[in-house]
Design a protein around this ligand. Structure first.
Ligand code: XMP
Length: 537
């Protein structure tokens, strides 16, 4: 489980003193901002996302090698964030503006932006102009006159209508004469398209050119470096006293546990609350992994109390609330008797930090109250330690692999904090959990056997609170329905249903209907997110 940091409490962060080695990304509300940060890190460079209002302050603190201004849904012609603070353009730091970011740069540097009459959205082909350092020799094709052509992803309404002094156009489309611009002397570049998305095939190449060649960033962000840095900082901060960790068994909390155990040794105390809402064999797997890694864990058996609290509860948000409260009670009771605790650790990762910041700014709608974000109460008496709060999930997995966590644990799909309670639709009873656990285990077993498990972002079974008629052994039966869900996703914010082979689906369905008592029908969910969410509740 992960929790957001509470006000005024110290947190562990990796970003202290990385002058000239990192990239500062200012987020103007683009749906792709996280993707920009991930791409930059894929190039081995540390990047941080901040709101524009914190730009100047983070520039001073981080002393980045480059600045990237993200896209955004608004129009620079009307937006209140149209003015970014002066220091961003006078600090001598190379700047790359993307879409809205490019338009901001144009306005700021004395150019003009015209409101578009419609949006240009989707694939486009830009033609190179003016031999810029940024685009030189990067192309997907060339035209009859020998101009380089680049396939890109466009998503914009406004466009730069008058170039700022000192800038030249570096690429164009028929409808967008300034699809890219550059002031090479200051290393200011703007692109109207999105190099961070996969639909711009040369996008990573462009980012590499800007960051490594133009801005001279150093690619030092390797798992070894991250691990050493994390361990060093943790040792320094937690020189004495015990560290308490709420272990959920998910990848983030497991990697946090191993890291902390390497840093503080026996001074780590883990509490694992078994809420009875886990998948088959999960608690045992987690505890066995901890034992093999020499991590001491206090197991709290709380299944009956969770189920008791959930009796009669059918509303999904109420389930989350009840589970969250019970978890806190159990955790507090277990922690009450512990002596000499100085720190409370949790496995918050970077997307949690960004998402809670976005939610705080009202940028994201509360679709589900993911109870692990904001979980433990304000009055916990210890300062928070969040060793992974600067890392993306794939980075957490790589650090975990270096620390010796078994691949089966690291590659596990994410599992929601409220567990199977949000996959048993309607009231959660012991019998429903038994059915779901069994069906889910068979499904995952088949997916693994067929080599599909690792190709999926998430896969699980859901138990519907309806009965349908069937026939088993020549007798009528009236039993429940299992839904199989499998999605492909990069960031869990959007997802596509997975095109599992029909034969595989058939063998999963066949096993479930034959082996799980109480189920006589299996369906496959072909809903994308949006509009459906990944979980059913
Ligand atoms: P949705 O269903 O919102 O899920 O598309 C996106 C991702 O979040 C997980 N999820 C949760 N995780 N507590 C969690 O810790 C929750 O209440 C919760 N609800 C959904 C979901 O499994 C998916 O990975």
């Amino acid at each position: 489980m992960t929790l957001t940091s509470r006000k005024n409490l110290p947190i562990t962060t990796l970003t202290e003193s990385l002058p000239g080695r990192s990239v500062l990304i200012l987020d103007f509300g683009s749906q792709y901002t996280q993707l920009i940060a991930r791409r930059v890190r894929e190039l081995g460079i540390y990047s941080e996302i901040h709101v524009p209002e914190r730009g100047a302050e983070r520039l001073r603190a981080l002393r980045p090698a480059a600045l990237i201004l993200s896209g955004g849904p608004r129009s620079v012609c009307t937006s209140s964030t149209r003015r970014v603070s002066e220091p961003l353009f006078t600090a001598g730091v190379p700047v790359l503006g993307l879409c809205y970011g490019m338009q901001l740069m144009a306005l700021h540097c004395g150019g003009e932006v015209a409101r578009g009459t419609g949006r240009e959205y989707g694939p486009a082909r830009v033609r190179m102009r003016g031999h810029s350092r940024l685009l030189r020799d990067i192309q997907d094709a060339s035209n009859e006159q020998g101009h380089g052509l680049l396939d890109v992803w466009m998503s914009h309404g406004d466009q730069v209508s008058v170039l700022p002094p000192g800038f030249k156009s570096i690429c164009s489309t028929e409808s967008c004469p300034v699809a890219g611009m550059a002031d090479e002397a200051r290393a200011f570049y703007g692109l109207q398209f999105h190099p961070e998305v996969v639909h711009t095939p040369q996008g990573l190449h462009l980012l590499r050119r800007f960051l490594l060649e133009i801005a001279s960033c150093e690619a030092h962000w390797t798992p070894e470096h991250v691990e050493q840095r994390l361990l060093g900082q943790l040792r320094l901060r937690t020189a004495s006293g015990r560290v308490l960790l709420a272990l959920s068994g998910g990848v983030d909390s497991m990697v946090s546990a191993v890291l902390l155990s390497r840093a503080v040794g026996e001074r780590l105390h883990c509490i694992f609350v078994d809420n009875g809402l886990l998948r088959r064999g999960e608690a045992e797997e987690v505890l066995a992994a901890c034992a093999s890694l020499d991590i001491p864990v206090q197991r709290v058996e709380a299944a009956e109390r969770f189920l008791g609290d959930l009796r009669g509860v059918t509303d999904p948000e109420e389930k989350r609330r009840v589970i969250g409260h019970r978890f806190i009670k159990e955790f507090e009771t277990a922690a009450k008797d512990l002596r000499d605790i100085r720190w409370l650790a949790q496995g918050t990762i970077y997307p949690d930090v960004i998402e809670s910041a976005a939610a705080g700014r009202g940028k994201a709608d509360a679709i589900k109250s993911h109870h692990n974000v904001g979980g433990l109460p304000e009055h916990m008496p210890w300062p928070l330690l969040e060793p992974l709060r600067d890392l993306f999930k794939d980075e957490v997995r790589r650090v975990g692999a270096r620390l010796g966590l078994p691949p089966e644990l690291l590659e596990r799909h994410p599992f929601p904090g409220p567990g199977l309670a949000v996959r048993v639709l309607g009231e959660v009873r012991a019998e429903s959990l038994r059915i779901l656990r069994h069906a889910d285990a068979l499904y995952l077993e088949e997916l693994r056997r067929a080599g599909w498990y690792q190709k999926l972002g998430q896969a699980f079974a859901v138990l519907l609170p309806v009965r349908t008629v069937g026939v088993k052994g020549d007798r009528r039966c009236y039993e429940q329905v299992i839904v199989l869900r499998a999605v492909c996703t990069e960031d869990f914010m959007t997802a596509h249903w997975a095109r599992l082979p029909a034969e595989l689906l058939e063998s999963c369905a066949g096993r479930i209907m034959n082996e799980v008592p109480g189920v006589n029908r299996v369906t496959y969910d072909i809903s994308n997110k949006p509009p459906a969410t990944i979980e059913w509740e």
